[in-house]
Design a protein. Sequence first.
Length: 300
Amino acid sequence: MADPSPIQPFDLAAVRRHRARMMRSGGGADFLANEAAAQLADRLADITRSFPLVLDLGCGGGAMARALAGRGTIVAADPALACAAAASPPRLVAEPEALPFAAGSFDLVVSNLLLHWTNDLPGALLQLRHILRPDGLLLASLWGGETLGELRQALIEAELEISSGISPRVSPFADLRDLGGLLQRAGFALPVVDADRIEVTYPDALALMRDLRAMGESNALVEQRKSFTRRATLLRAVERYGALFGRADGRVPATFELMTLTAWAPAETQPKPLRPGSARSRLAEALGTVERPAGDKARP
């Protein structure tokens, strides 16, 4: 019996449409993409070695290219033709799950706010490790599990009240522990995952939804309700958002959990942990104390 089809939570054609619409929005909502790109660039600034050939995967509106200016030759790639076409050459259209590059093509891969739209994240990470040269670096940012928790709750409550049922409207996001495990499974060395909680305030939930649309972060779940959201449901969600999370000044917060991945393609030159029992000095000597068998208590 054949294996069942893998779960495909996202409509990738919708993801591409949303990213193309982002390019038509005029860049007024790119502040989070700029912040995420700046954080990735900061991590790169701490590394002394050079990276002659760089892949900017998910080039979007160019936030990462601007942050990487002057750092080697940058190849821009994006699932949406509109994003790739706006980038400087060399450029191409490419999906994270089907990268058209040979093994060991790049010294550095940077992906800014794209991988959370990937149906097969383990497979995408495996491909990214494959296209890196030995001791090549992966830097990536994506939204984590706490992202838009307020909006999710308000929409659920509104739909239960108005429609007597719920439709998936906010994407599932990976958490810190999941991402660390996925990097290890993909064969990366020295993986590090950081989480940064960013809070943005808006006049109301409608303003947040408009920004999400302009960011290219609209709902692209396959299982979402195909009909338009009823006006009563939307207005009730706005009311519940304000009631649950509104502040004294009348504004409402929106949480974005930014996950940053740092990992290296394996290489013989990288530091490796010592084998158990191979240490040449004792911890007691370093601490200037007396070593005792386990269970023994120090005498007064």
